[in-house]
Write a new protein. Structure first.
Length: 184
């Protein structure tokens, strides 16, 4: 089984509740680290301007490029659910290595500032999943733009569109995310 995210771009207002919920749940105080980020996309010219948002975190890819390049195997993929995890003790850190960040087409691996330069990223809120809850970003969205679950169930429920404005999927990595676009 592979867990993944569904994101309804047509519902997102760019409020950043998902980003704040993630930061709060994981007690990430380093403002230079974003386990989830919102990217805005503007297209067109007045009076026909289109604005859309994409909320992104680790895509928990089927074939993660970050894991493939890690020289110390600090990045792994759980067999039971496909969630990517980082052994921060084994990680060499951004100053000494950082090849995972370069390899990821979605710019997901993050390195803290100061003394804590070990790689960190979305954990799919494994502690919440194991307690029967959804990730903090999913529960926090006031517009209900998110869902999560096994990829086969998400595809059955929402289709299999993986490309929207602001996100270009890599066939090499096969990200575990499904979208509903704002504009078609």
């Amino acid at each position: 089984m592979q867990l993944g995210f569904y994101f309804d771009q047509s519902r997102c207002t760019g409020c950043y509740a998902c980003v704040i919920a993630c930061r709060d749940w994981h007690d990430t105080s380093d403002t230079g680290v974003e386990w989830r980020r919102v990217v805005s996309q503007e297209e067109g010219t007045f009076p026909r301007v289109e604005l859309s948002y994409v909320s992104l975190s680790c895509c928990h890819c089927e074939k993660p490029a970050c894991r493939e390049v890690c020289p110390v195997d600090a990045i792994s993929k759980r067999d039971e659910d496909g969630v990517m995890v980082v052994d921060r003790e084994a990680c060499l850190g951004g100053d000494a290595c950082g090849v995972c960040k370069e390899a990821c087409p979605y710019e997901v691996p993050q390195f803290g500032s100061g003394d804590d330069t070990k790689m960190q990223m979305c954990t799919f809120c494994l502690d919440r999943i194991e307690a029967g809850k959804k990730p903090a970003c999913v529960d926090a969205c006031p517009m209900r733009a998110f869902d999560c679950g096994p990829m086969d169930e998400l595809k059955e429920k929402y289709g299999d569109l993986q490309k929207v404005r602001g996100f270009e999927p890599s066939q090499d990595t096969q990200p575990s995310i499904i979208f509903k676009p704002r504009y078609e």
